[in-house]
Design a protein around this ligand. Sequence first.
Ligand code: THU
Length: 130
Amino acid sequence: MPLAKAATLVRENAYAPYSNFKVGAAVQAASGIIYTGCNVENVAYPEGTCAEAGAIAAMVAAGETEIVAAFVIANSPTPVTPCGGCRQKLAEFSKADVVITMATTAGAQQEQRMADMLPGAFDRSQMDKI
Ligand code: THU
């Protein structure tokens, strides 16, 4: 199943009773396998998790740590952009040239390279003196 289809399908399972904003995410790992996630909200609002976090957790739980492509979709007016925290999470497992596709359920899409999505990212090289 292609990345877009996987993200679109998993979005239906999002648990978003507080925001009513369902998000679906799919990441393709180095093996070629696609892992999916949706946002899971909580009545204690800060405990909610983003779709990207779910997809990344599924990938890591399966034993993979390299993202080669990612796709995020929501019913937004313009292609949904990952939040700051999710950009950092994606950057942990994505090289600079990995393309993140953002989409609306109406069919609009926008692509961005990982490096452009989080310029100046905190990365492990900054801990080199430890
Ligand atoms: N959300 C995501 O799942 N991913 C994003 O990239 C943006 C925001 C979720 C979090 C929350 O459940 C809802 O969308 C509204 O912020």
